[in-house]
Design a protein. Structure first.
Length: 291
């Protein structure tokens, strides 16, 4: 396969910075990612941001079927040409924005649970992870390439500086494990930072006691919305409509010291806190989802 630079130049195209287009340019790296992921003939793969097909083609040679999602219509056309030239017939190129894509419908159409792959643009990586969490009942696992800073956050543990809202949400329903690190020079154009491939494996829905997941995610957002404050004060200042006394009472019932901060709280403790809050029968409004 021609290099991304040569392929784009031949067709009079340039990478679009606003779409976060950094193409994997090292075929051996792409092959290593696919090999380590252990994709097999039973897998139906959804690839996010297929680009010029660096991962698409080795995935297609191992998987049952690949749905290659690409937002840029120019690249969709180029990718279809590459696949046709190589007589690869088990890939369907879909011109779509993954944040608008009906993953549930696609999973129902494809049959078995999906395996998701992708080299994710940094500016929407967190949004994509949240989207996958929402659709996880139709996804067995995801193998995703992140800028290293975000990968460190996703794989961090409670008590660490990197542990935050999205980490807690992901750890609540999945395990996240680094697969490999990839230097910036493996891409065209080269980004300013290195990348890390992370495997996310979604866990059984019944691993926690019965609770309200929607309220749990609001609670996590509220706790991290003012992460420098103690949990008691962060919850009292959030949109949960509880005062400091009620927050302290709920925390104590959940076995959590009110003076702790959000970055020390495990997903299991957040579930216990949600259950504790629900027994108080308090009204709530949505806290700032970007907190």
């Amino acid at each position: 396969m021609a290099s991304p630079r040569a392929l784009l130049t031949t067709h009079g195209l340039r990478p679009r910075k606003r779409l976060g287009q950094n193409f994997l340019a090292d075929p051996s790296t792409a092959q290593m990612i696919v090999t380590r992921s252990q994709v097999g003939p039973e897998d139906t793969v959804v690839e996010i941001g297929a680009g010029l097909g660096a991962l698409t083609i080795p995935l297609a040679l191992r998987a049952r079927r690949v749905y290659a999602i690409e937002k840029d219509p120019r690249l969709c056309e180029l990718l279809r040409e590459q696949l046709q030239a190589k007589e690869i017939m088990n890939v369907e190129v879909l011109e779509a924005d993954v944040l608008d894509l009906d993953l549930t419908g696609l999973a129902q159409q494809a049959g078995p649970p999906l395996t998701v792959f992708g080299n994710l643009p940094y500016n929407i990586s967190s949004q994509i992870v949240i989207r996958l969490i929402e659709c996880r009942r139709h996804i067995s696992r995801a193998v995703l390439m992140f800028q290293r800073e975000l990968a460190d956050r996703l794989t961090s543990s409670p008590g660490s500086r990197d542990y935050g809202r999205i980490t807690a949400m992901l750890a609540y329903c999945a395990s996240a494990t680094p697969v490999c690190h990839i230097g910036a020079k493996a891409f065209y154009p080269s980004p300013q930072v290195d990348s890390t491939v992370v495997e996310i494996r979604f866990t059984a829905a019944d691993r926690h006691p019965p609770h309200d997941e929607t309220r749990l995610f609001r609670l996590i957002a509220a706790a991290f919305g003012q992460r420098r404050k103690t949990l008691k004060n962060a919850l009292a200042a959030s949109g949960l409509l509880i005062d400091a006394h009620e927050a302290a009472h709920a925390l104590e019932r959940a076995g959590i010291y009110p003076s702790r901060r959000a970055e020390t709280v495990s997903p299991e403790e957040f579930v216990a806190l949600e259950i504790s809050l629900s027994t108080l029968g308090l009204p709530e409004r949505n806290p700032d989802p970007n907190g």
